[in-house]
Design a protein. Structure first.
Lengths: 444, 259
């Protein structure tokens, strides 16, 4: 048997005393369970005519069901591969008969534990993920046999080093200028190299046939995903938080089952459209959220504030890599040759991304275009630009986004926060003023 | 018709009673540990001054950080909404309204019709707000009301960093050790704070008329610094600390008519 990695000498993270580790984990776990229950209760309360099909996603939001499934799968010899950014080609993981899970942490409390390793100026998503690993809080991170870390921002780059204290990390460097002549070629080489590493790790060969099956599986998920987002274009039949939870569950769920459940949800929603069963009054201000990714369960405060505020808003769209950017773009294969499948994967994971880690001759215009399309097609009335402290790339792109949206007379509000519950009062003031502005209650 | 606005701020509760669009009574009480009681107290004083009772008020609107706790209210309005309403009512050509209270600074942008179209709030730090002046006055062993007039006597400008109250204080101590004069240090404090506020306002754009409200608008030292930094004249109402409550009372009047 191979020596477990965490008994080797660690480079970055000092060992926590067993007693302290258990105390920290137990209290964080208790808070996490409470937060999950509370969030779901609040979501139920906020929504009139909440679709029945949400039950599945409510159940799987508790982690425990999926944790058991992953343990069973591992007992049968399957590998679990964690990943941080949405650039990790999950089709390759699935084609190797392994299970992909996204493992960014949304727990507030663990960011304080991460502070022992990295300074507080660092993005809280990173600090919290380190903290979660230190106390073993995330079942998915704990069950991961390896991690794919895409080197998008500085935080992610260094996070992959810290994580290598615990498990093998496959790092994928990302070209930052999308339209440079070598970028796509470079990225494709990276994908090929990751394929080999996944094969080594799992002992399973990724054949052309298996890859095709995996791509087709994820394409179906993409279809269901787009169907859900399209249903949010009209009068609201699903609250933003519910749609966001469906999107989050994808991060750890079985892809085929998630697709089936999401299609079922969409069937129900279409019925609701016919019956005009809205979840909130159709004149509720329509908000889009963009910025730093938000992860379940703790970092749910902004969507909760928007949809529980007075006056209330409804989130009809987002531009988050933890939300609508996840699956919006399909892998577009022309011919099912190995060559074409790798080309299609490279293009989907590189060119379709609107992450602010990219630039091009025109700047990050792909993101601007995405936002403009969302505003137009989803009838967005106001945009909340959400940034956590230390998230440099999103913070720096604000000015550009604001200028573009100003021209369209779409109010945009920059909301900065931290991984903490304590600033909810201040955030509420701002969010409510923004919604008040949108609902034109201030009619002087 | 009579209405009232309650501004439940972080340091004080302000109440303004409005009769037929004119201020008939006002009161200010420290929020203290029991802001609800303080608000009731302030309301009683303002009503007495207006020679009215609670039953005479057609509508009461609360604003301020503690507005949800405010007693006797019929509705609420965000602080930014109240700022916009007050600014435009007091100065009809107002396009930018800056409100600086004890622990928060914010700015609101209005269109030609006086409707709020954008706003900014200082980043969860008191360095751009009244608490900063208080802390610095303490370091200089000055009464807060003396600091402004004194700063106007400064012959030259020194600088401190107002990224944070605590660091600001240590910068002030450095100037004290350098034996800078009190007027100069006082001016440095206001300049630093005005710097913060002006870069915040610049994110919205400076669109005259620019109105300054909130308790800090009473400080001549700060006003002088902010005028310099923004490069525009500032319209300041009488009793600027009551502007939020006034705005809420005006909103209340509008809502009473609707009902």
């Amino acid at each position: 048997m191979k020596e477990p990695k965490n008994t080797q000498e660690r480079k970055y993270v000092a060992e926590l005393p067993q007693k302290e580790l258990e105390d920290l984990r137990n209290s964080a776990k208790a808070v996490s369970d409470r937060v999950i229950t509370e969030n779901i209760e609040r979501m139920k309360k906020t929504s009139a005519n909440r679709p029945e099909a949400m039950k599945y996603f409510d159940d799987f939001a508790t982690f425990a069901l999926r944790e058991t499934e992953l343990k069973d799968a591992k007992a049968k010899g399957r590998k679990v591969i964690g990943y941080f950014c949405m650039f990790a080609p999950i089709e390759l993981i699935i084609a190797a008969d392994a299970i992909p899970v996204r493992v960014n942490s949304g727990w507030y409390d663990t960011s304080k534990i991460g502070d022992r390793i990295v300074p507080v100026e660092v993005c809280p998503v990173i600090r919290s993920t380190i903290g979660a690993k230190m106390i073993g809080l995330s079942p998915f991170l704990e069950l991961s046999d390896a991690l794919i870390s895409v080197l998008t921002c500085d935080g992610m780059t260094k996070l992959s080093e810290v994580m290598s204290d615990y498990m093998p990390v496959i790092a994928m460097p990302l070209p930052r200028v999308k339209d440079s002549p070598h970028s796509l070629e470079f990225w494709r080489e990276e994908i090929t190299s990751v394929k080999k590493q996944i094969e080594e790790l799992t002992g399973n060969k990724i054949t052309t046939k298996k890859l095709r099956t995996a791509i087709e599986l994820v394409q179906k998920a993409t279809k269901a995903f787009r169907r859900l987002q399209d249903l949010r274009k009209g009068a609201p039949v699903i609250m933003g938080r519910d749609a966001m939870l469906v999107n989050q569950v994808f991060l750890w769920d079985d892809v085929a089952r998630w697709t089936e459940k999401t299609e079922a949800l969409c069937d129900e929603l279409e019925q609701h459209v016919k019956e005009k069963k809205w979840v909130c009054p159709p004149d509720t201000p329509r908000v889009m959220v963009t910025g730093t990714p938000m992860f379940w369960p703790d970092n749910w405060k902004l969507p909760s504030l928007v949809e529980e505020a007075s006056p209330r808003g409804v989130i009809v769209a987002d531009e988050l890599c933890s939300g609508e950017r996840l699956l919006y773009d399909p892998v577009g294969v022309d011919e099912w040759t190995s060559d074409d499948m790798y080309r299609a994967m490279s293009e989907r994971y590189l060119m379709a991304s609107t992450c602010p880690c990219f630039t091009s001759k025109d700047g990050n215009e792909d993101r601007i275009n995405w936002l403009l399309n969302k505003v137009k097609e989803w009838n967005v009335q106001g945009v909340i630009y959400y940034v956590v402290r230390g998230c440099m790339l999103y913070a720096m792109e604000y000015t550009r986004v604001k200028r573009v949206l100003d021209k369209l007379n779409i109010p945009t509000y920059y909301l900065d926060t931290e991984y903490t519950r304590e600033d909810v009062g201040q955030m509420k003031t701002r969010v409510e003023a923004f919604l008040e502005m949108l609902s034109a209650r201030v009619d002087i | 018709m009579a209405t009232a606005g309650i501004d439940l701020g972080t340091q004080t509760v302000k109440v303004v009673v409005l009769r037929n669009g004119e201020v008939a009574g006002r009161a200010k009480v420290f929020s203290g540990f029991d802001p609800v009681k303080s608000a009731e107290e302030a309301m009683a004083i303002a009503l007495k001054e207006a020679k009215l009772t609670r039953e005479d008020l057609k509508h009461v609107t609360a604003t301020g950080s503690g507005m949800d706790q405010a007693p006797l209210k019929d509705s609420t309005i965000s602080m930014m909404g109240a700022d916009a309403k007050a600014g435009v009512r007091l100065f009809p050509k107002a396009h930018t309204i800056i409100d600086i209270g004890a622990e928060e600074a914010r700015a609101v942008k209005c269109d030609d019709k006086g409707i709020m179209i954008d706003f900014v709030v200082n980043e969860r730090c008191a360095a751009g707000a009244g608490a900063f002046i208080e802390a610095m006055a303490r370091a200089l062993e000055l009464k807060i009301e003396d600091m402004g007039p004194l700063s106007l006597k400064a012959e030259r400008a020194s600088t401190i960093n107002a990224s944070c109250v605590i660091f600001g204080e240590s910068d002030v101590v450095t100037l004290i050790h350098r034996q800078e004069s009190k007027p100069e240090i006082a001016r440095a404090v206001f300049d630093a704070m005005a710097d913060r506020v002006s870069s915040m306002v610049r994110r919205l754009g400076i669109n005259p008329d620019v109105v300054l409200i909130g308790g800090v608008a009473k400080d001549v030292g700060f006003v002088a610094s902010l005028k310099r930094k923004l490069g525009v004249d500032l319209s300041i109402p009488d009793n600027p600390e009551f502007a939020g409550a006034f705005g809420a009372a005006v909103v209340a009047a509008g809502r009473a008519k609707e009902a």
